[in-house]
Design a protein around this ligand. Structure first.
Ligand code: AMP
Length: 330
């Protein structure tokens, strides 16, 4: 059976884009694979966040994963920092890459800008080596992610392949799995930038999964559109409307063609009302489940402990093999 893995950083409140890019595809396929899903808490530390907030985000994400349908009977759900092999292998992965290639990573360049003048950018710089370890450690072949992670998965393949070429076949090489609809959900107010959970809590363009439903409705109703007045999908010329079409398709399991047909005679106001109704109903169902899980922190902690115990079994075996291959076991 093949292995599938994905993760989310606890750097803010989960957005609808995180659900679409990482969680949805994972939940739908979890029984087809040996499945692991983790909270990328060490990656989260690449930008400073108040420790209390991180702790809270970790529990929120755990409850959110459960509310979205992760089945822990089948899937190991754990914190990255609970399985130290991620860091061990991440360090070894740094020997498989150059400063030049890491400095050309698009995420490094854009996130470095966000850091401003701060010199403390080494964690951000070596992010791809830890991410490679997250995946290679489990021989994961399927990685459901949003389009923004494509380059990281390609680098993971490169590092794994270089290691295999030197030390003999050790790692399986992963494939990214990017959703057909909603690979890159855009900000509702500025559809030229992606929706991101590091946006301020009151950002009108970001749909947070835990936002009050009426706030979500308002955000959708005030989403930026265009002056043409016709509803159809055209990412380049109608990014705002196309983004809303992606949302309504994802939450209603519709294709883009079906949406184009269904909404072709709608004006923008009526179309937005339909999008808002669908998205709000979808999120409300998840929220109801979320609060049931979130109210029981003891259970959430148990879930993470059990998940880490499961993950550690694979990770420690793999690390032994890696150490043997490179000559670190006597
Ligand atoms: P992150 O927010 O970087 O922790 O990402 C967690 C998951 O959500 C990854 O699979 C990302 O690719 C995905 N993701 C983040 N932002 C978006 C977006 N705007 N559209 C689609 N997927 C996204």
């Amino acid at each position: 059976m093949k292995t599938m893995i994905t993760g989310v950083r606890p750097t803010g409140s989960i957005t609808l884009a995180n659900y679409i890019g990482g969680i949805k595809g994972f939940v739908e396929q979890q029984y087809k694979y040996n499945s692991l899903i983790f909270i990328a808490d060490i990656h989260g530390l690449t930008t400073y966040i108040n420790p209390k907030e991180i702790r809270n985000n970790i529990l929120d994400i755990t409850a959110m994963y459960m509310a979205c349908g992760i089945d822990i009977k089948n899937t190991a759900l754990f914190m990255q920092s609970d399985v130290l092999e991620h860091c061990n292998l991440g360090f070894l992965m740094s020997f498989q890459c150059s400063v030049g290639e890491l400095s050309r990573m698009t995420q490094f360049k854009s996130k470095k800008q966000q850091l401003g003048k701060s010199e403390k950018d080494m964690g951000l710089f070596i992010y791809p080596t830890l991410m490679a370890a997250d995946i290679l450690l489990y021989d994961a072949e399927i990685v459901p992610v949003g389009a923004d992670q494509r380059q990281h998965i390609e680098k993971t393949r490169d590092f794994g392949e270089r290691f295999n070429n030197i030390y003999g076949n050790t790692f399986k090489l992963p494939e990214y799995q990017i959703p057909k609809i909603g690979a890159k959900i855009m900000n509702l107010q500025d559809p030229t930038i992606k929706m991101s959970k590091s946006a301020p809590k009151d950002d009108k363009g970001t749909i947070f999964m835990l936002d009050d439903i009426e706030i979500t409705r308002k955000k959708i109703m005030s989403a930026c559109t265009d002056s043409e007045g016709k509803v159809y999908y055209d990412e380049n010329n109608k990014p705002g409307i196309s983004n809303l079409i992606s949302l309504v398709c994802v939450v209603n399991n519709m294709t883009i063609e079906e949406a184009n047909e269904k909404y072709k005679d709608y004006n923008y106001k009526d179309f937005k009302i339909e999008v808002a109704d669908s998205v709000c109903k979808f999120i409300k169902d998840i929220q109801d489940k979320f609060y049931q899980y979130r109210n029981d922190e003891k259970h959430l902690k148990e879930i993470l402990t059990n998940g880490a115990n499961k993950a550690r079994v694979y990770a420690s075996k793999k690390m032994e093999i890696v150490k043997e291959k490179v000559g670190l076991s006597i």
